[in-house]
Design a protein around this ligand. Structure first.
Ligand SMILES: Nc1ncnc2c1ncn2[C@@H]1O[C@H](COP(=O)(O)OP(=O)(O)OP(=O)(O)O)[C@@H](O)[C@H]1O
Length: 354
């Protein structure tokens, strides 16, 4: 069964926080909602959870009509689990009791689990590797352990959909990467769909089956991580996900000729019509090819950062500063004049000449 959001609008007073959102989430699918601060991600999640009512439209979770402007099922009656940034564990309950609580009280808990809630709670704690800490209280746990308890509590009754709002943002960088893997593992082991709100594109690209990119209360693009990264459909998505620069130039069918070096042209197969109509080409930092021979777009290095495997540069082209990445083996100094081409253009040339 899918979860459906149909024509959802949400207004706070005169402010339209969500403007006609429609989205279908498959059973077991991992959806990341990605967008900048204030674009409406949390509002969308709160509507799914039942903390807010839509101004228009309706929501069905696993076939249950839970939300419309007329009628809303409260959060505790929805077949959902929730994990928030703050973990929100109950301070007076032990680890085991945190997980038992929803099993005993949630209306969607399977009958056999409700009866044997202690056994099921232990099984779920084993799943997240916390069975040894079942008797501990929340204040006796590390941040990562607390987040595991929050996950176990949310997953215990096997909700149709697990809602997660920036669940890793209060953990340090290393733990965040570990917990990403943990969430992916748990997702594989359960049948729950996941809706995961984040403003971290790396997290969304790494974890989701599909990413929903939001801007100003609307969906900009929906697609697999690879599709969104390689084939952005709007300048906003190209900049936000791919950190792309919009290069001005002319399109001749599927070939692009940059204004800054009109003798150069490169292939634009698959580039969205939106860019063609705007006479631009979105180039990601990793797509630039540096050279000292003046055969491409003239540029001056204004900043350089060594990053181990690669070097990140800020370079000025025609008065605009853009970001470009080179392999660490290539080194350019601040102030140095370089020449930039699209990586793909080089491949094309090789293919034509080779
Ligand atoms: N209860 C409310 N009353 C009025 N405006 C609200 C309310 N809740 C949210 N908003 C507004 O709706 C917009 C979307 O807010 P929301 O919290 O959904 O954004 P977000 O994408 O989750 O942002 P962030 O990443 O900063 O959490 C914001 O402009 C916010 O100020």
């Amino acid at each position: 069964m899918t979860t459906e959001l149909s024509q959802i609008k949400k207004r706070f007073g005169t402010f339209e926080a969500l403007k006609t959102i429609s989205l279908s989430i498959e059973k077991g699918e991992f959806i990341a909602i990605l967008g900048p601060s204030g674009c409406g991600k949390t509002t969308l999640l709160r509507l799914l959870a039942g903390f807010e009512e839509p101004t228009a439209g309706h929501i069905a979770i696993d076939g249950d009509h839970v939300s419309s402007a007329k009628k809303t099922t409260p959060p505790e009656k929805r077949n959902i689990g929730m994990v928030f940034q703050s973990f929100a564990l109950w301070p007076h309950l032990s680890v085991q009791e945190q997980v038992e609580f929803p099993l005993r009280h949630h209306p969607h808990t399977r009958k056999d689990w409700k009866k044997n809630y202690q056994g099921r709670a232990l099984d779920v704690l084993k799943l997240v590797g916390l069975e040894q800490l079942a008797k501990r209280m929340p204040n006796e746990l590390s941040g990562g352990q607390r987040q595991r308890v929050a996950l176990a509590r949310a997953l215990a009754h096997q909700p149709a959909i697990l809602l997660m709002d920036e669940p890793l943002s209060s953990l340090d960088a290393e733990l965040r990467v570990d917990m990403r893997k943990e969430i992916q593992r748990l997702h594989r082991l359960t049948n729950s769909s996941i809706v995961y709100v984040t403003h971290d594109q790396e997290e969304a690209l790494a974890m989701a089956d599909r990413i929903v990119i939001m801007k100003d209360g609307q969906i900009e693009q929906v697609g697999t991580p690879q599709h969104i990264y390689l084939y952005p459909e709007t300048p906003f998505v190209a900049r936000f996900v791919g950190k792309a620069t919009m290069v001005d130039g002319r399109w001749e069918g599927n070939r692009f000729r940059p204004d800054a070096a009109p003798t150069l042209s490169w292939d634009g197969e698959g580039v969205s019509e939106v860019f063609k109509q705007a006479d631009t080409y979105p180039v990601r930092p990793d797509q630039w090819l540096f050279s000292r021979e003046q055969t491409g777009m003239e540029a001056t290095v204004v900043n350089a950062m060594y990053q181990g495997r690669e070097r990140h540069y800020a370079v000025e082209v025609g008065g605009e500063v853009i970001h470009a990445i080179s392999p660490a083996t290539e080194q350019y100094k601040i102030g140095e004049k370089v020449s930039l081409k699209m990586r793909q253009a080089e491949k094309q040339t090789k293919a034509h000449t080779g």
